[in-house]
Design a protein around this ligand. Structure first.
Ligand code: ATP
Length: 458
């Protein structure tokens, strides 16, 4: 079977209304994307599955929705103003900018995130003769500059002085750290507990490649778990297990997932692993699962002047909670789900492209068709059924073109079930139920249809 390319996925995503390039009628806007009618459903279902696993089914994790703009002091405390920077070089021939760590990665040379500008320059100088510009193929690079990724804005800055900026958050977890005490004081949680949040984050990424894998505006799903120093590694192992299981439960093919251990840890980290997915462009980070020690709360305590300690109600022991975190992007999850589900199959009727999406993620759960659009009695019956089903399921009504064409369309958007109302329905009150994966069609009495679909989605 032919390997699926990223171009196949981009093309289907555009053609079928999953993902559109931003501002397209104005010539586009680099590294930002819009989710179309099916994309927004898929993204919502991904977020709902994550929330269910991380909040609803956990007694020890609560939700939060903190603001995108926050006091700039937060980003000073977190180290982002001083240190959240990627190494950048420019091709002197075609003026394309590249991330130096990514160029080096291609020739299996590992650059360390913490390297200073002189350090990364000397590593780059050592290897750059072996490198070619991915855009023009020449080998003529500028010196490396560290480029800060925080996106500046001027909310409430009435003088318009960008030397004193507000930042759009570069990650959602800082909003969690600064609300640690509010959540602790206002809800019934006790350490160990977690706070989960889904929301937008912004980064001035240098290279805008790989579709929705790396974008400048994106959504993160993050959970920060607060625990005692002694319990940190125990909670870390549990979190790693839970996150791996999440992807298996979602139906992701296990052979496309693997752990990657970070060898060069930042000074405060205890341990760091990423879950990587085998994307069409290779194994890349999907999610980070990190043991962060007490760095985050200690920094915010120091910079805010507020005590962020916890007193154990049983032992009276006082400590700054340690944190283990799970952090994943919605876009990277969606791209994984699309890549994992995209299949091209040979059938008797020719080739079919089908998205074998995990059922709980499918944008449309049931498509309802009248066999012919010019037969009012069929259309009326199908509409009646659609109106019944839509109360419980995300449905689509389609009477356009022949049935084969309608099946192909639903296959490409990953609809698990199609229901057709035909002439026999008017006689026997039964419909044809077609299964996306097996393409098997079966006759189901209308009186049993809702219960059957509910069971399939339970
Ligand atoms: P990378 O090394 O790929 O730039 P990162 O290590 O900087 O990623 P984190 O800061 O750990 O990423 O962010 C946590 C998660 O947020 C990532 O695992 C990824 O799923 C998502 N993410 C980060 N940056 C982006 C981005 N620019 N576009 C889309 N998702 C992102």
């Amino acid at each position: 079977m032919k390997a699926i390319s990223i171009e196949d996925i981009i093309s289907l995503a555009k053609r079928r209304g999953f993902v559109f390039p931003s501002s397209e009628i104005y010539g586009g806007f680099a590294a930002v994307y819009d989710y179309g009618p099916y994309g927004v459903e898929l993204a919502n279902n991904i977020k709902a599955a994550w929330w269910k696993a991380m909040v609803q089914q956990r007694e020890d994790i609560v939700g939060l929705d903190s603001s995108i703009t926050m006091s700039p002091r937060i980003w000073e405390a977190s180290g982002h103003v001083g240190g959240f920077a990627d190494p950048l070089t420019e091709c002197r021939q075609c003026h394309t900018r590249h991330r130096v760590d990514h160029l080096l990665e291609d020739i299996k040379v590992q650059a360390d995130e913490k390297m200073s500008e002189p350090e990364i320059n000397s590593l780059f100088d050592e290897h750059k003769s072996k490198l070619k510009c991915p855009s023009c193929g020449k080998s003529d690079f500028s010196a490396v500059k560290k480029f800060n990724l925080l996106v500046k804005t001027n909310l409430g800055n009435f003088t318009g002085d960008m030397d004193d900026p507000v930042y759009l958050r570069g990650e959602t977890c800082q909003g969690i750290y600064v609300n640690f005490k509010n959540v602790l004081d206002s809800s019934r949680v006790r350490v160990p507990f977690g706070i989960a949040q889904i929301g937008k984050a912004f980064r001035n990424e240098i290279t805008a490649r790989q579709f929705i894998f790396r974008t400048r505006e994106f959504e993160q799903m993050e959970m920060q778990f607060f625990c005692s120093p002694d319990d940190e590694m125990n909670q870390y192992e549990k979190l790693r297990e839970a996150r791996w299981q999440f992807y298996l439960d979602l139906g992701i093919q296990p052979e496309n997932l693997r752990w990657h251990k970070h060898e060069n840890l930042v000074f405060y980290a205890k341990e760091a692993y990423d879950i990587e997915y085998n994307y069409p462009f290779g194994w890349k980070e999907l999610e980070g699962v990190h043991a962060r020690g007490d760095y985050d709360l200690t920094q915010h305590a120091k910079h805010s002047g507020q005590a962020l300690t916890y007193t154990d109600p049983h032992t009276n022991e006082q400590y700054v909670p340690h944190i283990v975190e799970s952090s994943v992007g919605v876009g990277r999850t969606m791209l994984m789900v699309l890549a994992d589900s995209y299949k091209v199959e040979q059938t008797e009727a020719g080739e079919r492209t089908v998205l074998k999406l995990p059922k709980k993620l499918a944008p449309i759960q049931v498509a309802v068709f009248p066999l012919l659009r010019n037969k009012p009695e069929l259309v009326a019956k199908a509409r009646e059924l659609f109106n019944q089903l839509k109360v419980q399921f995300m449905c689509e009504f389609d009477d356009n073109g022949n049935i084969g064409k309608r099946y192909r369309r639903q296959d490409e958007i990953g609809t698990p079930y199609c229901v057709t109302v035909d002439f026999e329905t008017l006689e026997d009150n039964a419909v044809t139920l077609r299964d996306r994966d097996t393409m098997v069609q079966s006759r189901v009495p209308l009186s049993e249809l809702i219960a059957l679909l509910a069971e399939k989605y339970s």
